[in-house]
Design a binder for this molecule. Structure first.
Ligand SMILES: C[S@@+](CC[C@H](N)C(=O)[O-])C[C@H]1O[C@@H](n2cnc3c(N)ncnc32)[C@H](O)[C@@H]1O
Length: 316
């Protein structure tokens, strides 16, 4: 079901907007004019950077609007179900975002060139797809694990279109369990590397401890864990959050992503409300202490993703 008419009618509701604190009516009215002019037939009109910025600013500055859009678009206020339906927007956006591409490039360069690499919380498989191909000639076998079956099916499709079936596996599983839905233990029989990119902030301490326990038990002693996670301050600071969103869209549009008005509205709305959806973003120092308990120590670290996230390469 196409829910965008619902969003449009929500935006059209001047009374609701006027009664909501911090609502930038001027911006929303402009957005509304454009939305009303568009219909199903022209909904693929590419987004202009300035329009993306206006929409995002309106959404981020108005929590009520962000929630309403996310809900109208069919995104449940529940992380587990949210990622089931988010994949289409994610795939349309992320491969064009400079900050994200830099993370992928670093992952490809830092991870071992052979052996099993666990892509934990691998979602739609973008990272694994890139790691199979770059650097050229690598012998990695990517093992994508995620609890969301829909995005994982998309990952399998993506990976099978670029590589042989013996170069990848997908497992529907909770990372903390270590056993997939068919009873297969995917951390065993050992692996040379793992990624945890934008996932740990969705795991509470007990889940994260389990994941680290599995990694400590099964990763090669020379193996590395490539870790990226939003910094707690970004989640807690509305200005940083909005700047980050602007950077993401600006670079995607600059790089030629054919985004439409849907993308900033939906992704913006999700991210704008993410901080209130029970996240577990942590400070870098907290991460390092926690991982240290499992013998994992930082080899390299930097701020990434326009400064919004911590990237740490861990090894034993
Ligand atoms: C933001 S996405 C990360 C996407 C991907 N790693 C990337 O950045 O390219 C977070 C993913 O973690 C998954 N996830 C969250 N908690 C999980 C858990 N306990 N077990 C398995 N997957 C989980 C979600 O289903 C979602 O696909």
């Amino acid at each position: 079901m196409n829910r965008f008419p619902l969003i449009i009618s929500f935006l059209a509701c001047g009374m609701l907007c006027a009664s909501t604190r911090n609502c930038t009516l001027e911006v929303l009215n402009q957005a509304l004019a454009r939305l009303e002019a568009s219909d199903e037939a022209n909904s693929m009109i590419p987004l202009r950077p300035d329009r993306a910025k206006q929409l995002l600013t309106a959404i981020y500055q108005n929590p009520a609007l962000a929630y309403a859009i996310a809900e109208s678009a069919g995104f449940p206020n529940n992380m587990e179900r949210l990622f089931q339906v988010y994949s289409r927007y994610f795939d349309a956006l992320m491969p064009s975002v400079d900050g994200y591409l830099e993370i992928l490039k670093d992952a490809c360069e830092k991870l071992p060139l052979e052996g099993r690499i666990l892509d934990l919380g691998g979602f739609t498989g973008i990272l694994s797809a890139v790691c199979l191909q770059y650097p050229e000639g690598n012998q990695r076998k990517m093992v994508v694990v995620d609890r969301a079956p829909g995005p994982l099916a998309l990952a399998a499709k993506k990976l099978s279109s670029i590589s042989n079936a013996d170069r990848f596996q997908t497992h529907v599983a909770k990372l903390e369990d270590g056993i997939d839905m068919h009873g297969q233990a995917y951390y065993a029989p050992g692996f040379t590397g793992a990624t945890l990119v934008n996932v740990a902030y969705l795991l509470d301490d007990s889940q994260l401890h389990s994941v680290l326990g599995h990694i400590a038990a099964h990763m090669d002693k020379n193996g590395v864990l490539f870790f990226v996670d939003p910094d707690k301050k970004t989640f807690d600071d509305p200005t940083t959050k909005l700047n980050h969103a602007h950077n993401v869209y600006e670079s995607a549009l600059f790089n030629g992503a054919r985004l439409t008005k849907e993308s900033p509205m939906v992704v913006g709305a999700i991210n704008a409300t993410l901080g209130n959806r029970g996240h577990h973003a942590r400070e870098q120092s907290e991460i390092i202490t926690l991982f240290g308990k499992y013998g994992l120590h930082p080899k390299e670290q930097k701020k990434t993703y326009y400064g919004a996230a911590n990237q740490i390469l861990f090894g034993f």
